[in-house]
Design a protein around this ligand. Structure first.
Ligand SMILES: NC(=O)c1ccc[n+]([C@@H]2O[C@H](COP(=O)([O-])OP(=O)(O)OC[C@H]3O[C@@H](n4cnc5c(N)ncnc54)[C@H](O)[C@@H]3O)[C@@H](O)[C@H]2O)c1
Ligand SMILES: [Fe+2]
Length: 380
């Protein structure tokens, strides 16, 4: 049996932020990071919530939230008797808010704390997913946690809030969108609804990411990328991801490479592995993954007279996007030394194999396969 559901009410486009004026007579807590405070965004959000009893701001979130940060946030929610919680920022702030609310409800016995996600990057899709990624600093592992209760009640997608994202953040997070949609589209748990969302996310992202990267103030491109991020989130929320994310989680935990950047660096190599063209050379049937990648290549008007040509041109397009947006292509460019890498290589492979995302990868994967994929970026 297949299933598809969307729990989150999504409000989008220009001025979506006005939705906040509908909340009154509750204690509101905003979970965010220092940038949102220094740029005045959290103050503007607090003003929209002026009909609430109290509005407090927890602004200690750092990229890749840790278990310690989440427990500090739970204490903060308790101190302020939170009734609605607003996760404001990139995936890190939204994931942190999701985990804090989850645990706050558990430890206090409170029910139905309203969780509102306001993304300021177009990337993770966390505003509509049951995933939250937390880092165990001591063990050096990033865990993608999965629970229905982590899904926000409401998502507010206001493109004005993304305009301030610098080109490097736009590039990294935009490649995260493409990776989500592609991995969902190739997932072993695929279904027609998730496919439709992934296909749309991909056609939007390939068209508008380069525009948003080059002209961050282009509000139409920002709005489109916000939609693509949300659609990709809805898609992978239902059908899962794949080994690109498994390896990116492991790399991110060890070397603090921004999540989307780690995904972008791996993506051409993981797509090459999944398509398995070498194995199929001369065979009568292309793999399902290869046929699906070819279908996306056709949708974005790449040369595609047969599956092999389409897959090859798609991988070249990914490499071109990487270069055009100045995304590192090797660990050396990502400022990881050979010694640092060699010291934890086996742990990265082990952690990627165990990652929850590996289960839905279209091609079964061994430690040797992961090592081979890593060798494509382990270049100095
Ligand atoms: N829950 C999910 O479904 C899911 C999916 C993928 C990734 N993730 C997780 O999300 C995190 C990454 O999130 P992210 O890629 O959105 O980055 P992020 O939240 O870590 O933010 C990256 C940087 O961009 C800055 N920033 C954010 N919005 C900005 C804006 N509008 N203007 C200027 N600067 C801005 C932040 O202050 C931060 O310094 C990782 O921990 C990743 O593992 C979660
Ligand atoms: Fe991601």
């Amino acid at each position: 049996m297949l299933k598809f559901k969307i729990k989150t009410e999504v409000r989008f486009s220009d001025n979506a932020i006005e939705t906040l004026t509908e909340f009154s007579d509750v204690n509101a807590v905003i979970i965010t990071d220092a940038f949102m405070v220094s740029s005045g965004v959290s103050k503007m959000i607090a003003e929209k919530l002026s009909a609430c009893k109290t509005v407090s701001v927890f602004s200690d979130v750092k990229p890749d939230p840790t278990i310690e940060l989440v427990s500090q946030g739970v204490e903060y929610l308790k101190e302020h008797d939170a009734e609605i919680v607003i996760g404001l920022g990139g995936g890190s702030s939204i994931d942190a808010a999701k985990l804090m609310v989850f645990l706050y409800e558990k430890v206090t016995g409170k029910k139905h704390i309203k969780l509102i996600a306001i993304p300021t990057t177009s990337g993770t899709g966390s505003e509509v997913t049951q995933f939250a990624v937390v880092t165990d600093t001591e063990a050096g592992i990033k865990y993608p946690l999965v629970d229905d209760k982590l899904i926000p009640d409401m998502a507010i997608l206001d493109p004005q809030l993304v305009v301030s994202a610098p080109p490097s953040v736009t590039a990294d997070t935009g490649m995260d969108v493409i990776t989500h949609a592609l991995e969902a589209y190739l997932s072993t748990r695929w279904n027609d609804a998730a496919d439709a969302l992934a296909e749309k996310a991909l056609t939007i992202a390939f068209k508008y990411l380069p525009i948003a990267y080059k002209d961050g103030a282009n509000i139409k491109a920002r709005e489109k990328m916000h939609s693509a991020s949300c659609l990709a989130g809805m898609s992978f929320n239902e059908v899962g991801l794949g080994i690109n994310h498994s390896i990116a989680h492991a790399l991110g935990a060890k070397f603090h490479i921004p999540h989307g950047r780690a995904n972008a660096m791996l993506l051409p190599h993981v797509m090459e592995f999944n398509a398995d063209l070498a194995h199929n050379f001369g065979a009568s049937e292309d793999t399902r993954a290869a046929r699906r990648i070819a279908r996306i290549a056709r949708r974005i008007y790449l040369p595609s007279e047969n599956t092999k040509v389409a897959v090859t041109s798609f991988i070249e397009e990914l490499k071109y996007m990487q270069k055009m947006m100045k995304i590192p292509t090797t660990l050396a460019e990502a400022k990881v030394s050979r010694d640092e890498y060699e010291a934890v290589k086996e742990e990265i492979i082990e952690s990627a194999l165990k990652d929850a995302c590996t289960e839905t990868n279209p091609r079964p994967v061994t430690a040797k396969d992961i090592e081979k994929i890593l060798s494509k970026i382990a270049v100095w």
